[in-house]
Design a protein around this ligand. Structure first.
Ligand code: GTP
Length: 438
């Protein structure tokens, strides 16, 4: 495929998608939500582990203190006092079980929130005596093993089992609260992002709307408002330059069109005009006669057609020259035109022949009177170069729809009547009905 054809390939029809503001807001929100979610998970998890470790450390500390209290009781084998001490300690809310073992590993005192649960010895007292305080987390519980020492000598072992349930519950509550806060924050961020992006993208959105308006109205006089010379501002500037050029092209095109229309009108006028007398010519007459006859017949409106032929015109030409003949034709045209109504149409058919259409006549007499006036006007002394031209006019008169109801027939009737008038001695008129009767 050539480079040119690639450039001219028709663009694929585009689906109208969401606005840029909406898309950017959604993308930003997605990124923000993902970031918050990751932070949320990381902070939540680390908080959970930190809180759990703190509870274990606190339990280890408590176990040490309790061991110190229990040490003399173990040394003097005072079980009752040890049991009292253990029970007093068992008020700790998360405590599940307490075991006090003697140095030989025998159970010395015991307390459990669940008596049915069997005793477990995950770490042996010997190991505790050697390694010191030990702790072990198992699911939602943890064990603390602490040596009980008196004057530096191990006299027993304390095992403490605690629940992490309330800590877990607190963490869940915090998580729930944080979730609500995060959702609220995202909702607020969504609104703020929309506002900010709408403000930031407004010049671009305005530019897109302007492009649509220009395309729709073909109005290239509009211009984009440039507020800043950033990328969008520069785009607007280039767009304005394109609009300016398009405006000039449009003005040139309109001017060219007007010129061509004028030339067309002039050509049409020339095609329908007699260049000598400036009267409508035969071409125009033929079309106009058809139209007027049809109108007359359709509306039963009386119209007349006069066929006018100048008398002795050949003599004018022969005696005074062709130019004198032309001047006679012009002057005769002017005289006859002056006698007409604005709706009457006088045409020069060629040579010394004229045709006159008289629409919307009140009666036949009006046309006959006009014929008389036209003959008289032509007979008025007509001077060319100081010499009187011996010219006159003979008229044949036919009426539509009385004498004929189609254009060709009406013209033939008027022509026949004109020849009848010529035979009758010229400088007169004859009606078609009289001519046919003669
Ligand atoms: N000056 C001039 N003469 C023209 C023009 N067109 C035709 N003619 C001449 O007009 C004359 C018309 O001749 P006719 O109508 O036959 O002669 P006429 O003397 O008028 O005859 P009647 O009608 O019987 O009186 C001819 O000599 C043509 O050569 C034109 O444009 N200018």
């Amino acid at each position: 495929m050539s480079k040119d054809s690639t450039r001219r390939a028709a663009p694929l029809p585009l689906r109208r998608s969401r606005s840029l503001v909406t898309r950017l807001t959604r993308l930003n929100l997605l990124v923000l939500s993902l970031t918050l979610l990751i932070c949320f998970v990381l902070i939540g998890t680390s908080s959970w582990y930190a809180a759990r470790d703190r509870q274990v450390q606190a339990a280890e500390l408590s176990a040490g203190l309790l061991g110190n209290s229990l040490a003399p009781m173990l040394a003097f084998e005072d079980r009752d006092a040890a049991l009292n001490e253990v029970q007093a300690f068992s008020r700790r809310s998360d405590l599940l079980e307490l075991q006090v073992l003697s140095a030989s590993g025998q159970l010395f005192a015991h307390w459990s929130s669940d008596e049915k649960r069997p005793l477990q010895l995950a770490v042996s007292p010997a190991v505790v005596a050697t390694l010191g305080t030990q702790s072990q987390i198992r699911g939602n519980e943890f064990d603390v093993w602490a040596p009980i020492k008196l004057k530096g000598e191990v006299v027993g072992t304390l095992r403490m089992r605690e629940s992490l349930q309330s800590l877990l519950q607190t963490v869940w509550q915090m998580t729930l609260l944080a979730t609500v806060l995060v959702v609220l924050a995202i909702a607020l961020a969504s609104w703020v992002l929309r506002m900010v992006q709408r403000a930031a993208l407004r010049p671009l959105v305005d530019l897109a709307e302007l492009a649509e308006q220009v395309t729709r109205d073909q109005d290239y006089s509009r211009r984009a408002r440039i507020e800043r010379l950033d990328e969008v501002g520069r785009l607007g500037e280039r767009f304005n330059q394109m609009l300016s050029r398009a405006e000039v092209w449009q003005a040139d095109l309109s001017q060219q069109l007007r010129k061509e229309q004028l030339v067309g009108q002039q050509m049409q006028q020339l095609a329908n005009e007699d260049s000598l007398t400036k009267l409508p010519n035969r071409l125009f007459f033929q079309a106009e006669l058809q139209r007027r006859v049809a109108h007359s017949v359709e509306h039963s409106e009386l119209m007349a057609l006069m066929f006018i032929d100048l008398d002795n015109f050949k003599t004018v030409n022969d005696s005074y020259g062709h130019d004198a003949g032309d001047e006679v034709l012009r002057e005769v045209s002017r005289r006859m035109s002056r006698a007409l109504r604005s709706s009457d149409v006088l045409c020069r058919l060629g040579g010394d022949e004229f045709a006159l259409m008289l629409p919307a006549l009140s009666d036949q007499a009006a046309a006959e009177q006009l014929a008389g006036r036209l003959i008289a006007a032509v007979r008025e002394p007509l001077l060319v170069d100081g010499r009187v031209m011996p010219v006159g006019a003979t008229v044949g008169l036919a009426f539509c729809p009385l004498d004929a109801s189609d254009a060709a027939q009406l013209l033939a009737r008027a022509d026949t009547a004109m020849y009848a008038a010529k035979r009758a001695g010229k400088n007169t008129y004859r009606r078609a009905c009289d001519a046919s009767a003669a």
